[in-house]
Design a protein around this ligand. Structure first.
Ligand SMILES: CC(C)(COP(=O)(O)OP(=O)(O)OC[C@H]1O[C@@H](n2cnc3c(N)ncnc32)[C@H](O)[C@@H]1OP(=O)(O)O)[C@@H](O)C(=O)NCCC(=O)NCCS
Length: 292
């Protein structure tokens, strides 16, 4: 095998790159590139490195300025291809989606160690339906975002939503420290629906929120996601987390979802416990490897 690496990606190479990613997904049972990096294939701010066997593309590494993801097609593995990609790209932090054995060995071989673990949890069938029952204490009320805007004004609600978000996620590398621009950026997607943002109120105080995401038409079998759920300082320690999670599940089930999943940091033990209590189980591990 004659392996070489180049540092460019032309749009006409996209079908060959997708063939590599599809073959890896079929072989490994999990996609090697996240949605963000798939979108990044056409984003000039992402850096790409292509692995060739002679003139055939057999691997890719991508770097978004913070972390990197890479894949080698199954028939070209164990020939030093991924090592060549890393040699050219540099030892960036690497995501291993699924954290499969080859990735673990490869990371260790390069002197990387795990620095962050993100879990995917899922719930379906009976436990899903069981999780739709919820009740809030007297005086605590759930409003979808359009209703909250009507009652309190959109600027006020967005401000309170950001405050609750930043209190709930003060420790989180991506979800914490948001301003209005960051919130608007998160909402600027083709799937965003204001009525899928549920906000929890006590009089005019926003206690927390649960934003759910539909991955397509729920009635046609698309998955629902517990996208972000958070309680601000005023909502914590009052047993509101469980009902708030269930309220979002209730919405997704009412709209036709038969499977609901979520991402959670592996070291966020209180959240893990809360999701397990509702019936979620861990179905995927995603590990970020770094080299110090
Ligand atoms: C992980 C992956 C990128 C490795 O690609 P590769 O081209 O086979 O890797 P290399 O040939 O450069 O391997 C270098 C070393 O890593 C280790 N390694 C790689 N795959 C291994 C495996 N399946 N079992 C044991 N060790 C392995 C070995 O030490 C290997 O050296 P050796 O072959 O001389 O023993 C590839 O299996 C892949 O695409 N997996 C799916 C995507 C993924 O997990 N990406 C995240 C990587 S952190």
């Amino acid at each position: 095998m004659e392996l070489t690496v180049t540092r460019e990606l032309h749009p006409d190479q996209l079908p060959a790159i997708h063939a590599v990613l599809d073959a890896a997904t079929r072989h490994d049972g999990i996609a090697p590139l996240s949605e963000q990096f798939l979108r990044g294939l056409t984003n000039p701010q992402h850096h790409h490195f292509l692995l060739y066997d002679d003139t055939t593309i057999v691997g890719i590494a991508a770097y978004d300025g913070e972390t990197a993801e890479l894949a080698v097609t199954p028939t070209a593995r164990r020939h030093g291809g991924a090592t060549l990609l890393i040699d050219l790209m540099g030892h960036k932090p690497l995501w291993a989606h699924g954290n499969l054995q080859p990735a673990q060995h490869f990371a260790r071989h390069l002197g990387y160690t795990p620095s962050r673990e993100l879990l995917v949890m899922a719930i379906d069938g009976d436990p899903l339906t069981a999780a739709t029952a919820y009740q809030f204490p007297d005086g605590v009320e759930l409003l979808d975002l359009p209703t909250a805007y009507d009652r309190y004004g959109s600027e006020t609600v967005d401000q309170l939503w950001l405050e609750a978000n930043n209190q709930a996620f003060s420790w989180h590398p991506e979800q914490g420290g948001w301003d209005l621009d960051r919130l608007n950026q998160a909402r600027d997607t083709d799937w965003y629906r204001p009525d899928d943002v549920l906000t929890l109120w006590e009089n005019s105080k926003l206690l927390g929120f649960h934003w759910v995401k539909r991955h397509g038409d729920l009635r046609a079998g698309a998955k629902g996601e517990v996208y972000v759920v958070g309680l601000g300082d005023a909502g914590r320690g009052r047993g509101l987390g469980g009902p708030l999670v269930n309220a979002g599940i209730n919405r997704l089930v009412a709209e036709g979802a038969s499977l609901v999943f979520l991402y959670v940091e592996a070291d966020n033990k209180p959240a893990l416990r809360a999701y397990q209590d509702v019936g979620f189980v861990v179905v995927e591990h995603h590990v970020l490897y770094t080299r110090s």
